[in-house]
Design a protein around this ligand. Structure first.
Ligand SMILES: Nc1nc2c(c(=O)[nH]1)N[C@H]1C(S)=C(S)[C@@H](COP(=O)(O)O)O[C@H]1N2
Ligand SMILES: [Mo]
Length: 362
């Protein structure tokens, strides 16, 4: 495949501005979600893909980029952008969801970004399987986890030192052929906001695992417990001492048509949305037009990849005038489905409660 020439400055200046269609929650660092009206195609356009940054964006030029691989490896390596891009690559369509998606519906409110339902998106990511790079470095048998460090850093609550953004994966997940060192998103080089030059993509796992601006990979024999793994992105339930690290995305359906507050004519209407789960494929989606009292099955569309959300649709015959509470819920093949109300935890993570969209029929 012919590759575009390597650029030494920003890949495309225009993309660094925040697209006005995004709902900005914070400007510095940038956090912004995709209004559901822009989820009309299974692939989320790059410009409206949600952004979750914890620190200022490190603007790295391709020519200056280095990725160091060290620790429990027999052959420590430093790779540059050109070498990584020349390696055999694969493309995978993967849904990324922030663990805070839906937090604004958690009661009582918790600390954290007040995301609506738009901290999720799907893209075709192209990159080098991480396992190929780990094979070059000859991972030692002692390695139990692999730590990934981004080039971004800053100050966090309760710590005086500057902290890089870092996360680890268990050895098996790091060696999964679907775990990618990605350099393209929907056929374009990553933008600075989404991790240029190289980011990790970990299919099926909450977005926090997919470390952007990746600059260091360290294989370790022990367990990594950095701030973003041991203090945040953990589920802390009331009255419970043990912290549960966030892993697979919980099963969830989201309705994108009609939108909240829509006013509809009497007659047939398409209710449409997406469903996904990190624990297995979606088995079925159900829709209710009476606030969850009765449910009907929606039709599933084709899914481009086992790691991507699946589109669904349901034809609703709105016969009577009035207000209607539309709900959708998904079931995955592991048997999991969605709760009626958010399961409260201290930081409001992983709320996969059933979404309700209220519409009026005139
Ligand atoms: N280096 C780095 N990687 C990061 C983050 C970050 O702040 N710094 N945020 C994480 C979180 S919480 C999410 S949800 C995803 C968001 O990816 P996106 O901004 O490309 O949508 O990136 C993850 N990777
Ligand atoms: Mo996130």
């Amino acid at each position: 495949m012919q590759r575009p020439p390597i650029q030494t400055t920003s890949p495309l200046r225009r993309r660094e501005d925040v697209d006005p269609r995004l709902r900005v929650l914070s400007r510095e660092p940038l956090t912004a979600e995709t209004p559901l009206v822009h989820h009309h195609a299974p692939l989320t356009p790059n410009d409206v893909f949600y952004v979750r940054n914890h620190f200022a964006v490190p603007k790295i030029g391709a020519a200056d980029y280095r990725l160091a691989i060290s620790g429990e490896v027999l052959r420590p390596l430093v790779l540059d952008y050109r070498v990584l891009r020349a390696m055999p690559c694969r493309s995978l369509t993967v849904t990324l969801e922030c663990a805070g998606n839906g937090r604004s519906d958690v009661q009582p409110p918790t600390p954290g970004e007040p995301w609506g339902y738009g901290a999720v998106g799907t893209a075709e990511w192209t990159g080098v399987p991480l396992r190929d790079v780990l094979a070059m470095a000859r991972l030692a048998p002692e390695c139990r986890e692999v730590v990934f460090e981004g080039a971004d850093s800053g100050h966090v609550q309760g710590h005086s030192d500057r902290m890089p953004f870092a996360r680890s994966l268990p050895r098996e997940v790091a060696l999964d052929p679907a775990t990618l060192l990605a350099f393209e998103m929907n056929g374009e080089p990553l933008s600075h906001n989404h991790g240029f030059p190289i980011r990790l993509i970990v299919p099926g796992v909450y977005g926090v695992a997919s470390v952007k601006w990746l600059r260091r990979i360290e294989a370790i024999a022990g367990h990594f417990d950095g701030y973003f793994q041991g203090e945040r992105y953990v589920v802390v339930r009331p009255g419970q001492k043990e912290l549960e690290p966030l892993g697979h995305m919980r099963v969830r359906a989201v309705m994108v048509t009609p939108l909240e507050g829509a006013s509809l004519r009497r007659g047939p209407h398409e209710i449409e949305g997406y469903a996904w789960s990190g624990a297995g494929p979606i088995e079925r989606v159900e829709v209710s037009s009476d606030g969850g009292a009765t449910w009907d099955r929606a039709a599933l569309r084709e899914t481009p990849s086992p790691y991507a959300w699946v589109g669904w649709r349901y034809e609703w015959r709105a016969e009577e005038r009035g207000e209607f509470a539309l709900c959708s819920r998904a079931f995955d093949t592991s048997g999991a489905t969605q709760p009626e109300a958010a399961e409260w935890n201290r930081f409001g993570y992983a709320n996969n409660a059933i979404q309700t969209v209220t519409v009026s029929v005139r």
